[in-house]
Design a protein around this ligand. Sequence first.
Ligand SMILES: Nc1ncnc2c1ncn2[C@@H]1O[C@H](COP(=O)(O)OP(=O)(O)OP(=O)(O)O)[C@@H](O)[C@H]1O
Ligand SMILES: [Mg+2]
Length: 235
Amino acid sequence: MLTVDRLCVDIGRSRILGDVSLRVAAQEVVCLVGRNGAGKTTTLRTIMGYLAPTSGTIDFDGRRLNGLPTHAIAAIGVAFSPEEGGIFGGLTVGENIEIATWTRASRRSPAERMEQAYAVFPNLRRYASRGGTQISGGERKMLSIARALALDPELLLLDEPFEGLSPSIIPAVGRGIAAVTRLGPGILLAESNIHHVPEYASRLYVIERGEIVFSGSVADARRDPHVFRIAGGTP
Ligand SMILES: Nc1ncnc2c1ncn2[C@@H]1O[C@H](COP(=O)(O)OP(=O)(O)OP(=O)(O)O)[C@@H](O)[C@H]1O
Ligand SMILES: [Mg+2]
């Protein structure tokens, strides 16, 4: 469904991504694992149309995404939950979710899509009328994922959903993401450490210095000491 082929991205005179190729099939959960600065966010932002590739292609369900503006990519059904959340602080929790239902037309009504987002993250329902800045960091992360889900996406890009969260909130975020996987969108999840790759991920790519250095199962990545170390693994 998503096919990224030999993607190169330059920022200024630096090559940030070099020949990144990856695929995510319909309903598949795939992880992109790499250390800080490896190029995970750059990959996701380029897929989402925030950055223009120097070369290479991004195709989704037979449509070329590179060259399209971000709103058109969202309307096609690709949703993004950025690492920093991207919550609109001036809007309430409910309004943040509601906005996504306008961004993309779908067979499901806005009310159904809001209901689904609240079902995945029940805390958010209680805080629906709070401002986007009046909730905790963990709840903002949930809101960011809930908002992406309310787009009714075919593909969900999640950038380090557990990064910076207090340990007490991580299980709730994890349960929410597990629930999202059962709703059926494909997921590309960026993660800095192989130990945090969820068990429902079918495959992973390991990225280092803007290049994909491994593609395969989590078990195979664990068996390769070099790959395991690059992916943040500790014996
Ligand atoms: N706007 C920018 N200008 C210059 N360099 C940038 C810019 N954005 C990213 N980079 C560089 O590109 C490389 C990849 O960064 P990227 O944010 O994609 O990594 P990442 O894997 O998401 O890391 P992290 O785990 O810290 O989120 C890094 O070396 C970073 O310094
Ligand atoms: Mg990043």
